[in-house]
Design a protein around this ligand. Structure first.
Ligand code: ATP
Length: 195
């Protein structure tokens, strides 16, 4: 069984996944893995160069992230072209990773855009991590070298949290009022019972 875990920027997905990892549940970090593949998967690199040109990569072969981000942030069709290259590569990579972790009771797939990318269709259950907007902004400002405006611009591009919650099987409230550990343990037990 594979369980997807999602939530908006700064909601606490990675933090929640660390708790699942303590329970020996393997976690596939789709966003981190996508970044790795864009730097290392030769087919994907060729595809990206054919859409964005050689400038998409630095002379040392690493992805020119600001160059690509600047284009796709303002051009929906270029974003769709990039996604059409990256999403299947991450999907295939996830399939191999799942096979390698087949002995686990279940696995988790962490992705900020689980619904938007269509990967929710490939998982059996979905968990959304929710935190109120102001808490998320405060936490991301502490974590990253960024601005409130940049965080809000990212939030505006993401699916509304209410919609994610509606489409999920489980919700984890990461709002300074609920215990994260207790919620994770409860969901962990429920998933094991489902098996
Ligand atoms: P992103 O989508 O931006 O990668 P995320 O959903 O994975 O974010 P995290 O990185 O887990 O979110 O959390 C955002 C920041 O908030 C981190 O610095 C994390 O340590 C902190 N944080 C998360 N949950 C809590 C909490 N319950 N109490 C205090 N800090 C928290």
């Amino acid at each position: 069984m594979q369980v997807g875990i999602t939530g908006g920027i700064g909601s606490g997905k990675s933090t929640v996944c660390k708790i699942f990892e303590v329970l020996d549940i393997p976690v596939y970090y789709a966003d981190d893995r996508a970044k790795w593949l864009m730097n290392n998967d030769t087919n994907l690199i060729e595809g990206i160069k054919s859409v964005f040109g050689n400038e998409a990569y630095h002379p040392d072969g690493t992805l020119n992230r600001p160059f690509i981000a600047n284009i796709v942030f303002n051009d929906k069709s270029k974003l769709a072209e990039l996604n059409a290259l990256v999403h299947p590569a991450v999907f295939q990579d996830g399939v191999s990773w799942n096979e390698a972790n087949a002995s686990a009771p279940y696995t988790l797939k962490e992705a900020a855009i689980l619904f938007e990318s269509g990967s929710y269709l490939t998982v059996d259950k979905v968990i959304t991590v929710f935190a109120p907007k102001e808490i998320r902004i405060k936490r991301v400002l502490m974590r990253d070298d960024t601005t409130r405006e940049a965080i809000e611009a990212r939030m505006d591009k993401q699916m509304p949290e209410e919609e994610k919650i509606e489409r999920s099987d489980f919700v984890i409230y990461n709002d300074d009022e609920h215990s994260l550990i207790e919620q994770v343990l409860d969901i962990h037990r429920k998933i094991l019972e489902l098996k």
